[in-house]
Design a protein around this ligand. Sequence first.
Ligand code: PEP
Ligand code: MG
Length: 751
Amino acid sequence: MLTKLRDIVNNVASSSDIKQALNILVRETCLAMETECCSVYIADHDRQKFDLMATQGLNPRARRVSLSFDEGLVGLVGRREEPINLAHASGHTDFKHFPDIGEDIFNAFLGTPIIYRRQVLGVLVVQQRDSRQFDETEESFLVTLAAQLAVVFAHAKAQGFWPNTKGTLLLEGAAASPGVAIAKAWCDVSQPRLDLVFPASCLDIQKERDRLDGALSAAIAEFRRLRKRFDSELNQDTLAIFDLFIHLLNDPMLRKAMNERIQQGDMAEWAVKQTIDAFAERFHNMSDAYLRERANDVKELGQRLLYFLENQDIKQWHFDEPIVLFARELTAAMLAAIPRDRLAGVVAEEGAVNAHAAILARALGIPAVMGVEFSPQLVHRKLVVLDGFKGRLLVEPAEHVLKEYQRLHDEELELQHEVESTFTKQTKTADGERVHIHLNAGLSADTSIAINRGVDGVGLYRTEVPFLMQRSFPSEDDQVKQYRSILDCYPNQPVVMRTLDIGGDKPLPYLKIEEDNPFLGWRGIRFTLDHPDIFLIQVRAMLRASIGRDNLAILLPMISGLSELLEAKALIERAFNEVSEIAKQEQETLKKPKLGIMVEVPSLLYQLDAVAEHIDFLSVGTNDLTQYLLAVDRNNARVADVYDTFHPSVLAVLRQILENSQRLKLPVSVCGEFAGDPIGAVLLVGMGYRQLSMNTRSVAKIKYVLRHIPSDALQHHAKALQKLTLARDIRNASEAFLEAYNLGGLIRVGK
Ligand code: PEP
Ligand code: MG
């Protein structure tokens, strides 16, 4: 049996065409189980249907059979997610008779679900004329076969070799930049690849050094040019990545490392690869998803060096009509090389939603899908629909599907226009209730130029980035410059700066911290209280930056109780006294900043009364609060479905924090991702929160959503959700609520 099993799975897996693979599957399963009929149904979750994709034994015309998920015995197998074994199928209450299918002659039925990572991909069925139950060995054979097929199918699905009823090739990836694009695909797989550079030695060391110098100069010139090219379209934060590239290319350590390898006899390409890999590794080991993605930026840098080692000039593309660009790794240079009106969308095999290219695509408003496995032969020059909301691509879709997407595309343009036209207005609910929208800045580099006209200030400035990007602690003067520039961007609005939230999970390259449980370890305020030198320098820098200004507020991360707050407060007091002296000498004023704490460690919920008299405001960090309340690592993909801010307990805690802060007369804001999610924001405002802080890309959307719903409806909605006890139901009800206001289009899939 085992050999038979392995043969079937191997034959299915080695077939290049999924239809053919399914035909092999049903034929060989019939043979192996010595039964008369085998069929495979594939689930289409969009249509909620099982489609009969291949059969041996049923009428071939029956190939057009589609069963909805709640229909027939096949539907029952899918719903129950377990095998069903019957001697007389037609006697079962769920049996559904299809007149043309030719099933009448079969009595015995054994169906088993094909499940991959909790999702039912299909149902495998064997049938027999004899009225007898399939025995245990047969049942376990089919179950084992289904489990192995699930992996093969999931892989085929990821590569786009997956049938759907529209006869369309479907590719899936991560939704990286929202929007719909409809255009011909253009695959560029010509870029040199770092992963394909292998050890090679050189004879002429000087020649290799010259080649490397030439490539470094060309790359620096290119990044300077790109910075200029995007200058009017992107804000300083986004442009900063080019400065980082230029800085790295000029970095004596990086140059030295490459030159040393050449000196030892390595060819320039191999020297670049080894050095870049070592630099990228540093970022790759960080558990913060955003910082991990910076590893890809370093690789992009390496890629460009490779390019210039082989080419003198920058490639320019000319297209007569808009295209969707497919690339293995998307680079800023590619985005720049194609005129905006010719670039309808972008798709990349490598990288995730926080990759630099994805951030750029978002900032430029180009729909993007990242992490898509594609085969150039199957997509090049074909018409594709790119759905940047759902992270999927349809290649050569049927006419009616195309029309549907065209409609969506037009609606989206209209909506975008409307969203942008109200962007700079104050945020109010439909009945005029004021909501303050603040920006999360610092970590996310995607602030758009006009952003500060549309927000009420900065609700969370994450100060970690300069600490992580450098080779040593940034000096007090460097920090002053950085903080002053952000305070000056928002002259009449509050800027909440959080003290360093660094630790085991975001290790500094120059300060190794090895811990088994980094999220429960030396993080945030725990680290800085143990390093009062670092803390004092940072707070002094913030205070010095705020001399002569009055918009600084200081926020402390990871506070778990009163004692940490008191200790931090004493240090802030000390820094304040010191900087007051400097201000006095400069004959300037130094205003005492407001002090707040993050509510993200659950123990603080029981200390709010005790801390209230020592602080001016609270800021709820739903990202960590969810993590610690549900005991689930926020960065672990394996438990990603357990990490759910819609969990009724998280929502109950959010309600409780608001009630307490109102009782204690403490202003409160929410600054986790939840506040920037349309259904989260609606829920928070409905509960009574009036200050939300979010990433740039959420601002326009959230403002738009809130302007269209009256506050009593929001309140009613939040109250109604209180009765629901399952996260899934809460999410569904929230989506339906937005649909009812015609705002369903703004719900972005993914976080
Ligand atoms: C949070 O925990 O919700 C938060 C805003 O902080 P960070 O994501 O930086 O940990
Ligand atoms: Mg946090």
